[in-house]
Ligand binder design. Structure first.
Ligand code: NAP
Length: 357
C-alpha cells in the first residue's frame, strides 16, 4: 500500500522486552486501503492474554509490541470500498484482523480458526508491517474485522465484550449450551469468568462459580447473580457438587489439576478450556470415560458471533464490570491483574489519556 509520505505517525504504549513494561512508542500506520477503516481508539480492555504476550510467556513475542485487543474506537476515515461503516461510527476490533478467506474455517465463517489468521498485535500484516494493538491513538483495520458497537453501549463497557464476552458466548452457542435450564460452572472469576457468569445467567442457566478463594463470594452472588459459589480447595463442598454440571468454562491461566473439575460434570458434560497454558495438563482417563465427558477448547469467536453476542448483550442489558484507568496506570494495572487484584477487567480510557512521552 501507498508511499511512506502519507503514512500516519501514531503513539502507542509498547513493551520492549519480556519485562512487559509498557512505555510510549512512536510508529507508522499503513495507508487506508479500499477495504480499510481508520479508527481513533477510545477505550481498550486489558486481557490476561496481554500479560502472556508482553512477557513472552508463549515464546513468540516480537518487540516493540503495542498490546490491546479489546478495542473500541470512532471511525475517522474509510476506504473507497467500505460499505458497512461511516465516519463517526463507534466500532469494535478484537483479537484478529486478518485471515486467508479461502480455507474451510474461513468459508464456514469461523475465521478465528484459519491457520493464516493475523493477530491484532504481535503479528505481521499482509504488507509486511508488524501489527500493533489498541493501546494506541489509532488503528487501521480491514472492515471484515470491525463491528459496530450497538447504540447506547458505552465504549469502556463494550470493550471487554470484544474478547472476554465473545470467548464465552461462542462455545456456549457452538456446543448448543445456549438454552435455558443448563447447569454451568465458571472456573476462575476474572475478566473472562465474570462475563461467563453474566452471559450464562442471561441464557437462563444455573451458574456455579468455582474460585480459588472465598474472596469473591459476595460479589459473585450479589453483583453478578451467580447461584452457587465453590472454593476449589474445599473438598467437602466440591464432593457435594459431583455430577451436577453440564459444562464448565475453565479460565484459569496457569497449570492446574483437571480431575476435581471433571468430577463435577454430569454424564456427557464438557470441560471447556479457555486459559492459555504453555505446559501440559494431566487427567486420569477414567474420569472422562466413566461419564462420557469431553475436554475441549475454544478460541474467541467469529465476526458473525461477535455481532450476535453484541446484540445479545444489548437485548439482555449485559455490560462488563470494569475499573477504568488512564494509560499512565497501565503498568500497575498489568501488575494488579497478574496478582488477581481487579474486579473484573481493567479498561484503559485511551482517548482520555496522554500517550505522548
Ligand atoms: P484473569 O482476569 O486474570 O482471570 C483468571 C482467573 O483465574 C483469576 O481471576 C482467578 O480467579 C483464577 N486463577 C486461578 N489460578 C490462577 C493463577 N495461578 N493465576 C491467575 N489467576 C488464577 O484472566 P482472563 O483475562 O479472564 O483470562 C483467563 C485466561 O483465558 C488467560 O490465560 C487468557 O490468556 C485466556 N483467554 C483465552 C481466550 C480464548 O479465546 N480461549 C480469550 C481470552 C482469554 P479466582 O480468583 O476466582 O480463582
Amino acid at each position: 500500500m501507498g508511499g511512506l509520505e502519507t503514512e500516519r505517525v501514531v503513539v502507542g504504549w509498547a513493551a520492549r522486552d519480556p519485562s512487559g513494561i509498557l512505555s510510549p512508542y512512536t510508529y507508522t500506520l499503513r495507508n487506508t486501503g479500499p477495504e480499510d477503516v481508520l479508527l481513533k481508539v477510545l477505550s481498550c480492555g486489558i486481557c490476561h492474554t496481554d500479560i502472556h504476550q508482553v512477557k513472552n510467556e508463549l515464546g513468540m513475542s516480537r518487540y516493540p509490541m503495542v498490546p490491546g485487543h479489546e478495542v473500541v474506537g470512532e471511525v475517522v476515515e474509510v476506504g473507497s470500498e467500505v460499505t458497512n461503516f461511516r465516519v463517526g461510527d463507534v466500532v469494535g476490533v478484537g483479537v484478529i484482523v486478518g485471515c486467508c478467506r479461502n480455507c474451510n474455517p474461513c468459508k464456514s465463517d469461523v475465521e478465528q480458526y484459519c491457520n493464516k489468521k493475523i493477530w491484532s498485535y504481535n503479528d505481521v500484516y499482509t504488507d509486511g508491517k508488524t501489527t500493533q494493538g489498541g493501546f494506541a491513538q489509532s488503528m487501521i483495520v480491514d472492515q471484515k474485522f470491525v463491528v459496530k458497537i450497538p447504540d447506547g453501549m458505552s465504549a469502556e463497557q463494550a470493550a471487554p465484550l470484544l474478547c472476554a464476552g465473545l470467548t464465552v458466548y461462542s462455545p456456549l452457542s457452538h456446543f448448543g449450551l445456549n438454552k435455558s435450564g443448563q447447569r454451568g460452572g465458571i472456573l476462575g472469576l476474572g475478566g473472562v469468568g465474570h462475563m461467563g457468569v453474566k452471559i450464562a445467567k442471561a441464557m437462563g442457566h444455573h451458574v456455579t462459580v468455582i474460585s480459588s478463594s472465598d474472596k469473591k463470594r459476595a460479589e459473585a452472588m450479589e453483583h453478578l447473580g451467580a447461584d452457587e459459589y465453590l472454593v476449589s480447595s474445599d473438598a467437602t463442598r466440591m464432593q457435594e457438587f459431583a455430577d451436577t454440571l453440564d459444562y464448565i468454562i475453565d479460565t484459569v491461566p496457569a497449570v492446574h489439576a483437571l480431575e476435581p473439575y471433571l468430577s463435577l460434570l454430569k454424564l456427557d458434560g464438557r470441560l471447556i478450556l479457555m486459559g492459555v497454558i504453555n505446559a501440559p495438563l494431566q487427567f486420569l482417563t477414567p474420569l472422562v470415560m466413566l461419564g462420557r465427558k469431553s475436554i475441549t477448547g475454544s478460541f474467541i469467536g467469529s465476526m458473525k458471533e461477535t455481532e450476535e453476542m453484541l446484540e445479545f448483550c444489548k437485548e439482555k442489558g449485559i455490560t462488563s464490570m470494569i475499573e477504568v484507568v488512564k494509560m499512565d496506570y497501565v503498568n500497575e494495572a498489568l501488575e494488579r491483574l497478574e496478582k488477581n487484584d481487579v474486579r473484573y477487567r481493567f479498561v484503559v480510557d485511551v482517548a482520555g489519556s496522554k500517550l505522548e512521552p
